[in-house]
Design a protein. Structure first.
Lengths: 369, 89
């Protein structure tokens, strides 16, 4: 099918808006209204992104289950090698970590890193949950007096550090996880940002090694760093965005009166990219090999008819952190549901230099009795 | 950084990338701040776009992503973006 045949605003793209920029829609202030609209448009081609846009949860679920579609991130390691070769740069830390990231592989090559990572997560889960409970004692104590509090620093950040620290087997300090290393997955970041991520990973590795609790081998260290890359922004964004949306839509309510969903109501990963390894067909359409698709997960958070837990993805690359994220979310919201404090958001800002994850830079709330 | 300074940096970075592209059709428009030049007209390939980003980062010490070229898809719009990024540093 020609890419010109199906665009936003055309018959194929009915319901989509030609003026919408899909580069930034997922983080735009109008996103809540956009993704709540019906009917969902059929997949359509976006010229700016040179990518198909998939919004309907039915299409998303079907496409993510297709083995012929590999994650866009599967090319990240090779892309870094090419940048190293072409520009004489070194991404030594990243190069050692990529083989441990399941999303950087597909098909047979994907099975082993995914199995290893799933094992690591399962091994630590109960210990992490205990750590989360202890952390929440402290978080609730910070909330109880009332007043203004910034959620990303005071609530989300400590919880993310407990989870990542639990996976690493060390106690993390705030300064240990300053830099976003997760955005290395963004194929459209520049070389300077990649160098900054490389440096952040090296620094983090040094800090982990200097911890008295650190007992990992080189391979295990790379696997732990892979978990930081995969988990940091995804968890911070999911918790932060979900809290923001709940407090925004329940402004002035008491925290104990808010209906907290069992599954986070937002996601830090608004979309994933897929690339066709071979020609394929979906819903009567033919797609050539090499076709790129931007497949939105965000609609699952808004679609009552869909399974909200699919916001973590479906198919072979479903988020491995799903059970742990839900554990943290349920524990957090159970504590919030015990607070008779009124709440409203007084300030909110999304991270400005990120086109991939939805991670708030700041969520300032005010609470009162 | 003023808008004109930011624009000069953007134009300089494009001309740097063009040194390998060997195309001067847009030189006049690029030199005139009253004219905006869409990147679509320049027909950057991904390598040229990467070169523009790297050169801009080198010149201004501001991080510029390929996504910034998509989000701000003309010389003047990227200059405005560069100006605001620079001010935020």
């Amino acid at each position: 099918m020609s890419t010109e045949e199906s665009r936003p605003g055309s018959a194929d793209g009915a319901g989509a808006d030609a003026a919408v920029s899909f580069l930034t829609l997922h983080r735009d202030s109008a996103r809540h209204e956009y993704f709540a609209q019906r009917p969902w448009p059929a997949p359509f081609f976006d010229r700016n992104l040179q990518s198909w846009i998939v919004l309907d949860p039915k299409d998303v679920a079907a496409l993510l289950r297709m083995p012929v579609l590999r994650p866009g991130t599967a090319g990240v390691a090779a892309a870094h090698k090419e940048i190293e070769r072409r520009y004489g740069l070194s991404f030594e830390a990243l190069d050692s970590v990529f083989p441990h990231i399941p999303l950087c592989a597909h098909g047979e090559a994907h099975r082993e890193p995914r199995r290893r990572m799933a094992t690591m997560l399962a091994r630590c889960r109960s210990e992490i949950v205990e750590g989360v409970d202890r952390c929440l004692d402290d978080v609730v104590a910070r909330l109880e007096p009332g007043g203004e509090i910034e959620l990303m620093n005071e609530v989300v950040g400590p919880l993310v550090r407990v989870v990542l620290g639990g996976l690493a087997g060390v106690s993390l300090r705030e300064e240990d996880v300053q830099e976003s290393v997760s955005i290395v997955f963004d194929r459209m970041i520049g070389t300077r940002k990649r160098q900054r991520i490389e440096q952040a990973l090296r620094t983090l590795a040094e800090r982990l090694r200097s911890s008295p609790d650190w007992d990992k081998t080189g391979e295990e260290e790379a696997a732990v760093l892979a978990l930081f890359i995969l988990g940091n922004d995804a968890l911070a964004g999911t918790l932060g965005e979900s809290l923001y949306q709940l407090f925004r839509t329940n402004a002035g309510s008491r925290m104990c009166d808010i209906a907290y969903p069992e599954i986070p109501n937002e996601t830090g990963i608004p979309y994933v990219e897929r690339v066709a390894e071979a020609a394929f067909a979906h819903d009567g359409r033919h797609f050539e090999a090499g076709t790129r698709l931007r497949v939105y997960l965000l609609p699952f958070a808004y679609a009552e008819e869909a399974d909200r837990s699919d916001v973590f993805g479906v198919g072979a690359h479903t988020c491995l952190g799903k059970p742990l994220t839900i554990d943290v979310w349920r524990r957090l919201t159970a504590r919030l549901a015990g607070l008779p404090l009124h709440v409203e958001v007084v300030d909110y800002e999304m991270r400005t230099d990120d086109y991939l994850f939805n991670v708030p830079a700041r969520i300032m709330i005010r609470t009162w009795q | 950084m003023t808008f004109l300074e930011a624009r000069a940096q953007v134009v300089g970075a494009i001309q740097h990338a063009w040194a390998t592209m060997d195309d001067v059709r847009f030189a006049k428009a690029l030199a005139d701040p009253a004219q905006d030049v869409p990147f679509e007209d320049l027909k950057f390939d991904s390598l040229a776009a990467m070169e523009v980003c790297m050169e801009l980062e080198e010149r201004t010490d501001v991080e510029i992503d390929l996504a910034d070229l998509v989000a701000h898809p003309s010389v003047n719009r990227l200059a405005e973006h560069l100006q605001s990024r620079s001010a935020a540093k």
